[in-house]
Design a protein around this ligand. Sequence first.
Ligand SMILES: Cc1ncc(COP(=O)(O)O)c(C=O)c1O
Length: 384
Amino acid sequence: MYGKLLMMQRFYLDWNATSPLWPEVKDAIIKALDSVGNASSIHQEGQQARAIVERARRTLARAIDAPAQSVIFTGGATEANNQVLRTHAKYTRKPFIVCTSVEHPSVIEVVEELGKQKRVRTRMIKVDRLGRLDLEDVKQALEDGATLVSVMFANNEIGNVYPVKEVVELVHQYDAICHVDATQAFGRLPLSFRELGADVMTLSVHKMGGPKGVGALIIKEGFIQESMLAGGHQERGRRPGTENVPAIAGLDAVSKLVQEKQPLWREQMERRRQYLLDGLLAKLGGTIELRGDQDARLPNTLNIAFEGVTGEDALLSLDLAGVSASSGSACTAGSIEPSHVVLAMGFDSAEAKRSVRLSVGPGEGVEDLDGAVDVIVSNIRRLM
Ligand SMILES: Cc1ncc(COP(=O)(O)O)c(C=O)c1O
């Protein structure tokens, strides 16, 4: 009996939280664990570590169509987002920071905290019932003197893709700074930093088969990005601290895969998401409510509310039955809080608590999802 329990098949549908390493990425990390040098040391071991870091800088730059010198490695996107916002608040004469009300907590909570300082003005841009932005509201904030606008490329909870290029152009008409958090877009959508034109973009790689705890700031030529930390000259003084060479080697490997495979991955994720959705619709039909903008969205994300079922009950029973999903929101003291994203879309707390996020990764086939559909359908029917 225990043998059977242990062998229960698991279906991992939480790629927006994080993802499994690709074998090539894992191999690159393992190999780099043998690198003994500090990338700042001048001896051979140091130079070997430096070579890994500089190669990764070039590979990531190619994957996102950016100049290599614009890439600054960080310990992930949370850190990078904090750096952009906190340094802007600190070094700008009259800072007025604007973000959307659906940003990741690593933006929204920092903006809320900065807003408590008397010298920093802040504003959150509202979204509609589908989580869409009104560019007129962004324009109004700029008219009112916004100095920095932070907008995500794609939303981690509902999967909406935002009109970032239009936002950048608008922000630049007012000589303000535009920050784009591209964490959920990396490897999933075509990403050209040059075309986007943002002053600064942030990302990490663990949502698409890369290692956790490593990310990057991508800085436009001429844009002065101050350091948030002191104590070292690494990353041209913008991010002090000894480089995490194995993680950076993993970032190199995943960036190489992204260059080769992003269009294929996108197609595969789109097909898998659709297959999952069709399977659920066929069996649960009208009891399903899809959330978010279905016309401009990530290829891999479904945000669904099942009639009469709380997200918490759904997630717990799905987990026990082998499906890993998420509500996309924080779990505090053992209970799931309503998502700030779904609340911002105008749903009340009870409605927001029904959101379940299913996010798939790429893969050749779709049949493996049949098992996931069966588990979800039987568990949701039982809970209804
Ligand atoms: C849109 C977005 N920004 C930032 C982050 C934070 O990234 P990291 O886990 O690398 O700190 C995430 C991850 O959840 C995200 O989805």
